[in-house]
Design a protein around this ligand. Sequence first.
Ligand code: AMP
Length: 289
Amino acid sequence: MIIPTITALRQQVREAKQKGLIVGFVPTMGALHAGHRQLMETARRECGFLVVSIFVNPLQFDRADDLARYPRTLDADRALCASAGVDVIFAPTANELYPEEQKTFVDVPDLTENLCGAFRPGHFRGVATVVLKLFGIVQPDRAYFGQKDAQQLAVIDRMVRDLNVPVEIVPVPTIREPDGLALSSRNKHLSPAERQTAPALYRALSLAAEQIASGERSAPLIRENALRFLCHHPEIRVEYFELVDPLTLQPLVEISGPVLIAAAAWLGSTRLIDNIAGDFRSPNRTITV
Ligand code: AMP
């Protein structure tokens, strides 16, 4: 069932809570794929009532062209949600969520200053603000976020702790294509040639993790080696490639524990992001960020 209004959505959630059901929530921007499905299936297992939101949030787009060409596939999204056992799709218009100019914003400094935050001014302010609005509307017990967007996850987790928002944030691992490319709604924009090249980003991340596993401890050296590897693919324009602390997101110099290896790169007019996280000093010890 697609619900476009806040009032009707609140009514549905109220009824579910009256029945004693745990309310799970998966916020998305639509153009749903197997990565989103993984979030829904995880939530479905853990919650009695499952809400998915589909909203392309203008507040978090730093470029008008990116907002305009963001894929919108509501019919297919509805089918995917139905097959994943979603109870309600909340798909408001921009006017429903922002009936008047938004004056109140959520800023999470430090965590939003590097990685994507350095290249997308205002992006995480837009994300944190809309997620807090959606939490106020849906009032979920548990909300599910992909580790694919590790910085977003860290920002939301911090916001919820700082503002005592009564919701449990559940991280879900990244779903990839067989060749390693992380699923993303933006992959639709890749040309066949770009699609062939795109998995090199994940290979560079894996290469960095392998170096740590083989004993290298210098983050700048590991970064340099990964960038050298990516030079073999001149079509890939690296925006950043960083080794950071998984909780503070601050750059590391010496690897002495868990690390988040995160990168963003452009292929033609498509921006890809990806990351891997773990304590790669001892293989098989991955962590959750
Ligand atoms: P989006 O629709 O891109 O805003 O993403 C909605 C949610 O799906 C976010 O929590 C993302 O981190 C998550 N997500 C997107 N791609 C993947 C993926 N490949 N694997 C797991 N989660 C993902």
